[in-house]
Design a protein around this ligand. Structure first.
Ligand SMILES: [Fe+2]
Ligand SMILES: [Fe+2]
Length: 368
């Protein structure tokens, strides 16, 4: 059996009339619709069976932005499946302008959701291939915390146990495995990961090997034994990536592509790299003051310019840093971020054996 699918993440669709601008804005919301359309045009000829979008569909859950994206996805010749990200969970209840999280499943009927108002689903996307779409957004006041609640976790265990012989693809907005060293413990990155060993153990013990995540806006593939967390960068930030993934018995082949130019933006990659670099100096200065480096603020501000390409290099995936100019403790800290196998953009990932996986018949399925 083999099948092929695409992943794009964090498209953050923003109609011009809804753009919320502010100084230092990192996300390139202006190109969200053009970037999405460029990717979909490419995918129409990429012979894929389906498309997964692990959340942050919109800038801030504006109804018009959800509606625009839904119309684009409904016109595709293949199935698209979505889940909410924290930007689609601005409030539990909606109003005439904003889609509330409690209305998300109803609004996105036929894109994974069917009938239920629950924010998670088990969708048979091909014969013997099931997508588990999860909701990792827990609204707590003005904040969204990345977590899977007890009810959803109990449901997940039942689903995994009920279909012992299928291929699982799990889609969830927040990361499941660490993509950065110490991610779960650094105050600047902890919010991007669901801190649940029970979730990881549940997936691993039931043979779910492939998790697709977003949120962090970087290209990275993390592995823990037989479990992969493939996180895909945002379409509205450098390097504007998306992925094509081939599943066949025993291995997963991941290929990445990117949107590098758009009409009106011939130098899109350069412009968006520059925007990310410009915004990252303050971020790096703060990171230097936090444990374990704990540098005084003046020294952090002095060193931050030398690290201005740090985050864009992480975002691009397959990071290799040359940090010889930095003091030894700082250099050692950041060298830990050099990418470790597997590769992040183009990789062949071994999958462990399954019982006889799925009946034959999985192949190219098109919506009618
Ligand atoms: Fe997010
Ligand atoms: Fe995002």
């Amino acid at each position: 059996m083999r099948f092929r699918f695409a992943v794009l993440s964090d498209p953050h669709i923003t109609l011009d009339s809804t753009l919320v601008d502010y100084p230092g804005r990192a996300h390139f919301y202006e190109i969200s619709r053009q970037a999405l359309q460029a990717v979909l045009a490419d995918l129409r000829t990429a012979e894929i069976d389906f498309l997964l979008i692990p959340g942050d569909l919109t800038q801030n859950s504006e109804r018009v932005n959800h509606a625009w994206l839904r119309a684009e996805l409904a016109a595709l010749p293949f199935q698209a499946l979505v889940i909410p990200g924290n930007h689609d969970a601005r409030s539990p209840t909606g109003n005439s302008e904003v889609l509330g999280l409690e209305d998300f499943a109803h609004f996105w009927q036929n894109f994974g959701y069917s009938g239920s108002t629950k924010l998670y689903y088990n969708y048979e996307v091909l014969d013997g291939v099931r997508v588990l779409g999860l909701n990792s957004n827990q609204i707590q006041g003005a904040h969204v915390v990345g977590a899977i609640d007890a009810e959803q976790l109990a449901w997940l265990k039942i689903q995994l146990a009920s279909y012992p012989q299928v291929v699982w693809l799990v889609m969830v907005h927040h990361n499941v495995l660490e993509h950065l060293p110490g991610q779960a413990h650094n105050p600047m990155t902890a919010e991007y990961i669901i801190q649940s060993s029970e979730l990881v153990d549940t997936l691993r013990s039931h043979g779910a090997q492939v998790v697709l995540t977003g949120h962090l806006h970087i290209q990275d593939i993390a592995r823990q034994d037989n479990l992969y967390d493939i996180t895909t960068g945002s379409l509205v930030s450098y390097p504007h990536p998306y992925r094509l993934i081939d599943w066949q018995t025993g291995k997963l082949t991941v290929q990445s592509r990117q949107v590098s130019t758009l009409p009106g933006w011939p130098d899109l990659l350069e412009v968006s790299l520059e925007r990310m670099v410009r915004g990252s100096e303050r971020y790096m200065a703060r990171l230097l003051t936090l444990p374990p480096l704990n540098l005084p603020e003046a020294e952090a501000r002095h060193l931050a310019p030398q690290l201005r390409y740090f985050w864009s290099t992480i975002a691009a995936g397959d990071a290799r840093f040359d940090l010889r100019e930095l003091p030894a403790p700082v250099r050692r800290f950041f060298e830990r971020f050099n990418d470790a196998p597997p590769a992040d953009n183009d990789a062949v990932l071994p999958l462990s054996g399954h019982p006889e996986l799925a009946p034959s018949g999985a192949g190219v399925h098109h919506k009618d």
